[in-house]
Ligand binder design. Structure first.
Ligand code: BMA
Length: 893
């Protein structure tokens, strides 16, 4: 096997934008430098009894290799997750061979670096065991000095079944149980995932399959050097309020062989540069420098609040012996505070983020792993998802604790896009062991991850785990009162005494929360496990309710911060058809129940939908299936819209002591496979109706309507910090049977609060309908938007139903037809729609043509209207015409 020898001598260029922690690119020849031999590429792969032998790509995993070599078909196809269970129950060996030129081998120190092994492995070089791994979230460096040969070095990585390992670890834990043992049967997953430091969702989740992967999921390289190598380079800006200036805390982590002296030059071109003395003794060394910028800088702001300027910070290290090391990182200047302080007339404490001293409402969603086989996640997939988030006016995402710490490019793009990251540590929905070896590997994981990610301005908060405080507090696992202190003690040991402790040492610039949901400082007061971590008076909450009518906003907790809430829907037929056959396309098929990993999920969707819509009843089974998918997406979009608008409206309200909501992160942004879930974007990147609607309900200035005790209220919600807008609410009532507005109203000019919500219109519904003549709750719909006094529109159009659409009187089949024209710029196409009657939830679906519409799932109250489709790859008007399906509510029954 051939591996390229990169003679990396003495010259490092760290391009943090695309290569986080990976030193790469420029090569300068120097006899005393660091040589890097990449061991990525083709390896040999063998199962335990040698019956399966194939070549496999590194980075990669066993499933991907088997699929690429034709041993198995698509693991996502139909029931293949069950059929391919054997892969994860077997043990596998990866082998490669490589040569090392004599001049390289003769250097002082050689280290084999594994950026990521999934998960339990024993590694040997030329027959000698050099190390073991037990944590996929860690990088491992194994010294191999003296073990290398010129030719035919044999490197072997034996990987044990993660399922077997987790079960053995759990069996060995005899003193007390560490629940849960297994996931619920509906998830068709594996047991005891909490005993292994691996993506917790890889043993199945309520939105994803069980693929307990095995592999070498990140790069492998040999690093050989005489003097030193750089392990990591971090840059963390800090605001010095006493001097009103910025410092950047720069740290270098070095592996030093020979005592050396030299200079480190730090510079931000055109801004500032500074030189520091360096003196190093052998061993692992951490060098810290305070780089005082002393200049005015442009601040980094979350999306929607300003620009995201990123500066290049360069590091040149020159040793007395003549060696040079260079590195470069993007830095951005911003402060972040999490404010938990008393609020007048409300018991409890506030919970909101202040960026650069300004309160910011977090609008976004939750991020889960992009693929069960992480080696198949491409930069394109991440880019499309993050661009989709930004297009939907999101400024924040939570990297949820049951998945993986994302790749560097994810955080670099968030830095560029202004998307704030709430970063969980990877623990979710379980209790965890706290034996010495477990704690030890977690400590290393946390240290490495904080150092890897803390230079990114997008990361605004660390959080210890997902829902584990709640799991203890609200007794998910039937723990007796007598046993409870034991579990609380373990909880505190893991998340407070270890994880929190390390994070506070490594990064003093960001808040740390122990869990989500949590009561924050109140949980701390109560011994880190609050009596009710869902208390709306404190911290963040997660709230789900599937059977309660989601149109009833009074049922939602008026929380300080909604970090999870949501409803399931099914992805489109074009997405599902890649992993199914036509006999599966029925809501009661085996496929439909197999793919549903959430108990009663399919029922819950239909029951919730049925409250307001007539369920599809086409006699054509495929049409009925398509329509049912559609109705689940309508339900999801409408429910999440109502809940999100309620939270945004609550930002300046205190009602019965509750309110001041300052964040909405709905569950969940993306999907791991083609199945039903809470996501707003399907596997593959296609937007569900919810995602289109998010663009509006996350608009910087929102107008929203609500019915309260018989009155119709309209609020203007503004994210702006200072700009006070004078607005009028423009309200129109339309009857379902005509294109002409039945009547219209206009509010007086009102000044809307910056950073708050303002009531702009109020009228008893009975008066509204009487004044409107021919309208009843069932025959009319209310539309509205905000305009400036001069008539300029300043919020998206919105509407509110006065009765369920299932009772709509006069709503007829709209007979929508269309034409498509190439707009002539940037793959944009104009779809002109014609209808005979008003239509609601008009949905355009172009199957597999990737792209997004400027609006979708909309109300069509005029005979014709135009929509733009922006394709993400070259296409034609003909292709769009051939693939376009248009559905509206009245078309499905
Ligand atoms: C939350 C999440 C996930 C889960 C989701 C939907 O509690 O943290 O564990 O997927 O609910 O059930």
């Amino acid at each position: 096997m051939n591996h390229a020898v990169l003679s990396f001598a003495c010259f490092y260029l760290l391009e943090a934008l695309f290569l986080d922690s990976v030193f790469a690119s420029e090569v300068k020849s120097h006899s005393l430098g660091v040589d890097i031999i990449s061991l990525n590429g083709k390896w040999q792969l063998l199962n335990s009894n040698s019956s399966v032998s194939l070549s496999a790509e590194v980075p990669g995993c066993v499933h991907t290799a088997l699929q690429r070599q034709g041993f198995i078909s698509d693991p996502y196809y139909r029931f293949n997750d069950l059929a391919y269970r054997w892969i994860s129950l077997d043990n596998w060996t990866y082998t490669t061979s490589f040569s090392v030129p004599t001049h390289v081998r003769e250097k002082e120190k050689a280290v084999l670096v594994f950026e990521g092994v999934d998960t339990i492995s024993t590694i040997s070089l030329n027959g000698v065991t050099i190390g073991k791994t037990d944590n996929m979230f860690r990088r491992y460096d194994f010294e191999v000095t003296g073990l290398l040969k010129d030719k035919e070095n044999i490197l072997q990585v034996w990987i044990m079944s993660a399922v077997t390992y987790a079960s053995q670890k759990s069996n060995a834990h005899t003193e007390y149980r560490v629940p849960p043992d297994c996931p619920p049967p509906v998830q068709k997953g594996e047991c005891h995932v909490n005993f292994i430091r691996k993506a917790q969702s890889s043993f199945s989740w309520d939105w994803g399959p069980s693929f307990p992967t095995l592999g070498i999921w990140k790069g492998v390289q040999l690093e050989v050097f005489n003097t030193l190598r750089v392990l990591s380079f971090t840059t963390v800006p800090k605001y010095d309020s006493a001097h009103s200036s910025w410092n950047v805390d720069v740290e270098l982590f070095l592996d030093v062989v020979v005592a050396s002296k030299g200079l480190v030059l730090l510079s931000i071109p055109l801004l500032h540069s500074e030189e520091f003395q360096l003196s190093l003794s052998p061993g692992q060394s951490r060098k810290s420098f305070v780089f005082q910028v002393n200049q005015s800088v442009s601040l980094w702001w979350p999306f929607g609040h300003g620009e995201q300027p990123l500066y290049d910070l360069k590091m040149d290290m020159n040793l007395e012996g003549g060696e040079t090391f260079n590195a470069q990182r993007k830095v951005a200047f911003r402060t972040v505070e999490l404010i938990q302080e008393p609020i007048p007339s409300s018991p409890g404490l506030s919970f909101y983020f202040r960026i650069n001293g300004k309160p910011i409402f977090l609008k976004g969603s939750n991020w889960i792993p992009v693929h069960a086989f992480q080696d198949q996640v491409t930069t394109d997939m991440i880019t499309i998802l993050l661009q989709s988030a930004q297009k939907a006016n999101m400024n924040a995402l939570r990297v949820w604790g049951g998945g993986v710490y994302e790749q560097g490019i994810f955080y670099s793009l968030c830095d560029m896009y202004g998307i704030m990251i709430w970063q969980d540590f990877m623990f979710a929905c379980a209790l965890y062991p706290t034996e010495k070896d477990f704690i030890q590997t977690v400590r290393e994981e946390v240290t490495q991850q904080v150092r890897r990610l803390k230079s990114h301005p997008s990361v605004v908060i660390w959080s210890g785990n997902n829902e584990n405080e709640a799991a203890i507090a609200t007794d998910w696992f039937n723990i007796t009162v007598a046993e409870r202190p034991l579990y609380v003690k373990d909880y505190v040991k893991l998340y407070v005494e270890n994880i929190r402790d390390i994070v506070l040492q490594e990064d003093s610039t960001r808040p740390f929360l122990v869990s989500s949901p949590t009561n924050g400082v109140e949980s701390e007061k109560e011994g880190w496990v609050a009596q009710d971590p869902y208390d709306p008076h404190y911290g963040d909450t997660h709230y789900y309710s599937y059977y309660k009518d989601c149109w009833d906003w009074t049922a939602f907790p008026r929380t300080r911060f909604a970090s999870e809430y949501g409803f399931q829907s099914w992805p489109s037929l074009s997405t599902l058809s890649k992993v199914s056959v036509s006999s599966d396309w029925d809501f009661s098929s085996n496929f439909s129940s197999h793919r549903q990993h959430h108990e009663d999920g399919n029922q819950q969707m239909l029951k919730q939908a049925e409250l307001h819509y007539i369920l599809p009843n086409s006699t054509d089974p495929v049409q009925k299936y398509r329509d049912t998918i559609y109705i689940t997406q309508v339900m999801q979009a409408q429910c999440v819209k109502i809940q999100t608008e309620f939270y945004r409206r609550s930002r300046s309200d205190i009602v019965e002591g509750k309110g001041h909501t300052m964040g909405t992160l709905y569950w969940q942004l993306n999907d791991i496979w083609q199945g039903p879930s809470w996501s707003s974007v399907e596997f593959g990147g296609k937007w569900k109706m919810l995602h289109y609607w998010a663009t509006d309900f996350y608009a910087p200035i929102l107008s929203m309507g609500v019915e309260d005790k018989g009155d119709l209220l309209m609020y203007a919600v503004s994210d702006s910090h200072s700009e006070q807008h004078n607005v009028k609410a423009k309200v129109k009532l339309y009857s379902w049977s005509s294109f002409d507005a039945v009547c219209s109203f206009e509010s007086n000019v009102t000044t809307i609060k910056a950073g708050g919500s303002t009531l702009v219109f109020q009228k008893p519904i009975s008066a509204l309908l009487t004044q409107c003549g021919n309208c009843t709750r069932r025959s009319c719909i209310v539309t509205f938007h905000l305009s400036s006094p001069e008539g300029q529109m300043i919020s998206p159009h919105n509407h509110i139903f006065l009765s369920s659409p299932r009772h709509a009187e006069g709503l007829q089949k709209p007979n929508i037809t269309f034409t498509v024209k190439d707009a002539g710029i940037m793959q944009n196409f104009v779809v002109t729609l014609y209808c005979s009657f008003p239509a609601v939830y008009v949905w355009l679906d172009v199957d597999d043509i990737p792209g997004d519409f400027n609006v979708n799932g909309f109300l069509m109250l005029s005979k014709n209207s135009s929509v733009t489709f922006g394709a993400w790859r070259p296409t034609t008007a003909e292709e769009i015409t051939a693939n376009l399906h248009i559905t509206s509510l009245r078309d499905v029954y």
